[in-house]
Ligand binder design. Structure first.
Ligand code: BES
Ligand code: MN
Ligand code: MN
Length: 458
């Protein structure tokens, strides 16, 4: 029973944290080719640990391209439901490096937190799953539920491999529900289930002008400047009120239900405090008539992540660059689709581009938005487990972030997902000084033990 497993987790808490540090020392950045071997190393390490705790059929699954998946199962709980456990072992790049108080791949404890790239997103949460399984296995010699594990090494770059695997081998992931450990709690001490994620299209715009870089004195005034053109295109995508100008872009946006909106109003949230403490800007921006919560959870947005090219060294160089590139993404909400949104965007960019330049609009990756129903026994088991550990009723939230595979679990595996995560709003995902609150790591493990137990007795 869970009491024994929770006791085991408490006795071994120190070792669990040290093991997490070992995983965090592997710089498994999925987007940079230099780190390909490190993503591989993280996969091998996680697979070895799954084997060590007694999981079966552990396999590092590789495709011709991209990063590996890790699969494992334990299917000996006859007559019990099956859970599909999901998390990812790749991380975002750590830059800007000089803003880290301690180096991103040297996990460091400070005031109750563990600082490292990937601490909360998502290695710490992946590790809480593995440790919950270990505690149950070691204490009881078996699991209270059938378990399949699928971990991916390229969530942060769109998750193409796992999507293909789900499409091609649904039978290998056959389960009654999925457990996603890659989200946050709404506030400290407030048990939370995430029930909605935004989708996204991540694109690159490449603008070309002259056939080669040119002297800006000899040609300036006559030759088109791709950076100016790019700035004009970007400025045309969104108005000053934060409304996206792409024709038809909002056509399929489905408003949240009245109940959902009412529930969001009751959440402990102070927009002014969010502005000051979390965002740290002088003013929040966005569409008129929507709260910050609505803007980030239930409205599409468009952001620019970087502009590349031209002269960026110290000092001055008088050049008209031949090309300029920008990384532009849009977050989508139900019922928008990546295909239609990308088409609308591409056509609009081509239409508003100034004369004298060409623009190539490339799609890097995309994923669907999802809102999941809460009316199923697995969600009930989850709230029951959370109540046991945190002593409070669970709040249901959406998140503005994206986890592309969750929509596919519903579409291709036809199973509901329980998104139970233990990150905190100030954990700094994707930012310098990312952290995981150590108490949440341990209570996350306990919560998962209780959840496996509850779901197993359904
Ligand atoms: N774990 C995040 C998504 C997330 C963040 C969910 C906060 C809930 C709360 C995930 O690792 C992530 O960052 N996803 C990327 C997806 C993208 C690159 C396809 C994102 O949202 O930018
Ligand atoms: Mn994540
Ligand atoms: Mn992430």
């Amino acid at each position: 029973m869970s009491a024994g497993a929770v006791g085991y987790a408490k006795e071994n808490a120190g070792r669990f944290l040290e093991e997490l540090k070992t995983l965090l020392r592997i710089p498994s950045v999925s987007t940079t080719p230099e780190h390909k071997g490190d993503v591989e190393k993280a996969a091998e390490w996680v697979a070895a640990e799954l084997r060590r705790i007694g999981m079966e059929h552990v396999e590092v699954i590789r495709a011709a391209e991209g990063h590996p998946l890790v699969y494992a199962d334990w299917l000996k709980a006859a007559g019990k439901p099956t859970v599909l456990c999901y998390a990812h072992f790749d991380v975002q790049p750590p830059d800007p490096l000089d803003e880290w108080v301690s180096p991103p791949f040297e996990p460091t404890e400070r005031n109750g937190n563990l600082y490292a790239r990937g601490a909360v997103d998502d290695k710490g949460q992946l590790w809480s799953q593995v440790k919950a399984l270990e505690a149950l296995m070691k204490k009881d010699g078996k699991l209270p539920i059938n378990v399949r594990v699928i971990y991916e090494g390229e969530e942060e770059v769109g998750g193409e491999r796992i999507a293909a695997f789900v499409r091609d081998h649904p039978e290998r992931l056959k389960a009654d529900f999925a457990l996603i450990s890659d989200t946050e709690m709404f506030a400290p001490e407030l048990p939370t289930l995430c029930v909605g994620l935004r989708g996204m299209i991540y694109t690159e715009l490449e603008v070309r002008g002259a056939k080669t870089d040119l002297h800006s004195g000899m040609y300036g005034g006559a030759a088109p400047n791709p950076f100016v053109a790019l700035a004009q295109i970007i400025a045309g995508l969104k108005d000053r009120e934060g409304k996206i100008s792409i024709p038809g872009f909002y056509d399929d946006v489905k408003a949240p239900s009245a109940e959902e909106l009412a529930a969001w109003k009751k959440l402990p949230f102070d927009e002014e405090e969010y502005r000051e403490k979390e965002v740290g800007a002088s003013k929040l921006v966005g569409e008129k008539g929507y709260s910050a919560i609505e803007r980030t959870w239930a409205r599409p947005t468009l952001d620019v992540h970087g502009i590349v090219g031209g002269f960026i060294g110290a000092g001055a160089k008088t050049v008209i660059p031949a090309k300029a590139t920008a990384k532009v993404s849009m977050r989508l909400v139900p019922d928008m689709t990546p295909e239609k949104s990308f088409r609308q965007y591409k056509e609009y960019v081509e239409k508003i581009k100034p004369e004298g330049v060409t623009v190539e609009v490339r799609l890097i990756h995309s994923g669907e938005a999802i809102v999941i129903g809460t009316d199923n026994p697995y969600v009930k088991a989850a709230t029951k487990a959370l109540k046991k550990v945190w002593g409070k009723d669970t709040v249901f939230i959406r998140s503005g972030g994206s986890i592309p595979i969750v929509g596919d679990f519903e579409r291709f595996l036809k199973i509901p997902s329980v998104m139970m995560g233990f990150g905190l709003p100030d954990d700094g995902l994707h930012a310098p000084n990312e952290k995981f609150h150590i108490a949440n790591f341990h209570r996350g493990i306990e919560s998962l033990i209780e959840f496996f137990d509850e779901a197993g007795s359904l």
